[in-house]
Design a protein around this ligand. Structure first.
Ligand SMILES: [Zn+2]
Length: 263
């Protein structure tokens, strides 16, 4: 097999990272592709769930000794701190990787510094390959890191004449089956689904993401739905098997919603 370029490898790493969307919170999504010195792919990995192995560790385990002298292509700067898993920077050094190509530097002050550690160990580090694409995949996490507030998606359904329901309240759905499948897929990628109090009173909707995630360590993920009144008071939780699995209602989220609805 002919070797692949680091640019191609980064495109693959970004696609791998996206497989973790919706299950890695509060961690970012990360993908990693390992190339041997000839440019052949010898390992691939992505971060699948918080507390699970990081993308680099998965790829290194696959590659084994073939990582020596090779290039690690990773969507986010390798972590440098000892969290739930050891630092990826030192794991890459120990595996004998000669070069690390990074899309986006880590803005998290606790975890950043991986590039520095790698360079100190004599590893060539290049940052910025396909950075825009990698940033787009991590938009929610990067927003929370850089700005300290949640990334909010406003989902809205309307008829061509700008209505959302029949005046007498008889309409159940104004969208198609395909659109509803899309909505459940979207819900499967977020930490929380929030509706206004008017919707709760009129519709009392079930806000779970249905049949979009495979069972696994994060199977409670699709239960991460709750309802919130727009005044900032949590009205009630639904579908959460235990308190521990309920997502935190951050002060930033309540503040954001309160300000957004006060205008
Ligand atoms: Zn790591």
């Amino acid at each position: 097999m002919a070797g692949v370029s680091t640019d191609e490898a980064m495109r693959r790493a970004i696609a791998l990272a996206a497989r973790g969307l919706g299950t890695t919170s509060p961690n970012p999504v990360v993908g990693c592709v390992l190339l041997d010195p000839d440019g052949d792919v010898v390992g691939e990995g992505f971060h699948a769930y918080a507390g699970g192995p990081h993308a680099e560790i998965v790829a290194l385990a696959q590659a084994g000794r073939r990582a020596r002298g090779g290039t690690a292509v990773v969507t986010l700067e390798p972590c440098d701190h000892i969290g739930r898993t050891g630092p990826c920077s030192t794991a890459l050094v120990r595996a004998g990787v000669a070069r690390v190509v990074i899309a986006v530097p880590d803005p998290n002050p606790v975890a950043s510094g991986g590039a520095h550690t790698l360079r100190d160990a004599g590893v060539q580090v290049d940052i910025g390959v396909r950075a825009d694409e990698a940033e787009a995949g991590n938009l929610a996490w990067l927003t929370s890191m850089r700005r300290g507030w949640p990334h909010v998606i406003w989902k809205y359904a309307a008829t061509l004449d700008g209505r959302s329901a029949a005046a007498d309240g008889t309409s159940m759905w104004i969208t198609s089956e395909a659109a509803r499948i899309d909505v459940h897929a979207l819900r499967g990628t977020v930490d929380a689904v929030v509706v206004g109090v008017g919707t709760v009173l009129a519709d009392d909707p079930r806000l779970a993401a249905e049949a979009t995630r495979t069972p696994g360590p994060t199977e409670c993920r699709d239960a991460f739905s709750y309802q919130l009144t727009v005044g900032g008071t949590v009205s009630r939780y639904i579908d959460c098997p235990s308190d521990a699995q309920r997502p935190p209602v951050t002060a930033a989220l309540v503040d954001l919603l309160t300000r957004a609805t006060a205008r």
